[in-house]
Design a protein around this ligand. Sequence first.
Ligand code: FAD
Length: 533
Amino acid sequence: MPGMRGTVLSCRYDIAVVGSGFAGSLLAMIAQRLGLCVILLERGTHPRVVIGESSTPLSNLLLEELATRYNLSNLRPLSKWGSWRVTHPELPCGLKRGFSFFHHLPGQSGSIMRESQLLVAASPHNAIADTHWYRADFDQFLVREAQNLGVDYMDKIHLREFAENGGEVRLSGTRNGSGVTITARFVVDATGPRGFLHRALNLGENALPDFPATQALYSHFRGVPRFDKIGAAIVESEPPYPIDDAAMHHVFNGGWVWVLRFSNGIISAGVAATDEVANRLKFADGAPAWERLLQQLPVLREQFSTAEAVQPFQHISQLAFRSASVTGPNWALLPSAAGFVDPLLSTGFPLTLLGIARLAGIIEHNWGSESFTMRLSDYAARTDAELLVTSRLIGALYANMANFPVFATLSLLYFAAASYAETARRLGKPYLASSFLLHDHPQFGPACAHLLGRALTIQSSRESEALIEDVFRAIEPIDVAGLGDRTRHNWYPVTADDLLCAAHKVDASYGQILQMLDRCGFRPATLQISAQS
Ligand SMILES: Cc1cc2nc3c(=O)[nH]c(=O)nc-3n(C[C@H](O)[C@H](O)[C@H](O)COP(=O)(O)OP(=O)(O)OC[C@H]3O[C@@H](n4cnc5c(N)ncnc54)[C@H](O)[C@@H]3O)c2cc1C
């Protein structure tokens, strides 16, 4: 980049992207591909350890769509475990075949029974499975890709000021003790919650209604055996996928533990919990608090008995966040800077990628036109609405962590909406599922909001049972994954038959579903129902 080593640097760009996590790099690459002059600014250096690792079918589909639309061919293989491992074996990742949940009672040792499990497969086989992104290497790869495309990149920059001047923005700060000024027509903030613009513009924070105050504590480990090897879960028949090749969720009253396995032998694990739990266990203490937590969860204590933390423990004292503003005349926060709820259900990536796709569309179609500002307001409203619906869902799940049947059934609202949205997009019908969790769907949206409200105040087993019945009723019209089949007893595989039976729900014929499955690399050996029927 010209002048990068000078004492005072002054450059002019169309777009300055602040923060080079995966989201900042991706947006910078897209803007560059759209012919704009782009700089990516990073406070630290790569590689660096960062949290937020587990992808989902919708995240991977969005990544694939963006890579295709904006001709980012090197990124496309990263949207599936199989093509990732073949094309980029040097980049560690984890195999994620599904979402595994296990409910723990206080002090409970011994096996976790089937009724305290929820296994939701996200893919039928490994080749097209989702992944856990080992962010240190993944993010570094994306920054290099951005640079290869022509994005200017500056690390170790400490930005202090954001000033608007005649339709332009001036960002100033220091790098290696020298002054730096960067002028851009537009700034995208990809620095995460309570990040750069939050502080520089004093944007303020709004509450997330009905969401408890929560904290997190986490690290990376080595030497953690698989859960299925310690025999902690009752698995009386073949589960829909190997239970550890998943995002593992260990749920207890007031919180949950995640365990993610990477191909380089690293295991990411941590806990998110209400203030009540976090303060009782003194999360701020780091490693000793993790030990105290394990004392209360004997099954996990056994799994982690040989574990060694390879990173210092990180404590986040306020996990959830909602910015009071999302855009201004010449700036926008990516969804990941505009808010965050909780790692539960891995909603961070899809929300961020949906926002990137929308912002990319605005840059592509409205850059330099009068409609730009109006479209930005629409982006802001949708970003905030999607954050709120996520917080309503996860707030209801927190409220029922001691009531696993309700917790598991409420989760199906998410899985039903996510699999419907994925199917609609894969069929080329994104208009059927234009919002996260289908919150603007005319029937499902209001029904879901109502059920999540009820879930906050359950007092009796009768209310629990009634809510469970109503959730199954609500998901039926959008269920393309057999989630309403109660004979599956909380284990849900991915089957072609479920999709075929639900073809009418996505306005598709059997033939269209079969073609879609073929395009996705899912060629079922047998079908229960005839494709002709
Ligand atoms: C504990 C936890 C677990 C999570 N787990 C998941 C999960 O499993 N799945 C999921 O989908 N989501 C998860 N998330 C959410 C996920 O982390 C985010 O959605 C994702 O990291 C957003 O990526 P990003 O690139 O926008 O931001 P980040 O990954 O946060 O990257 C921000 C970058 O900006 C840089 N930066 C910060 N401040 C400045 C500054 N002032 N100037 C310049 N650069 C700056 C940072 O150094 C960093 O490189 C989790 C979040 C938390 C807190």
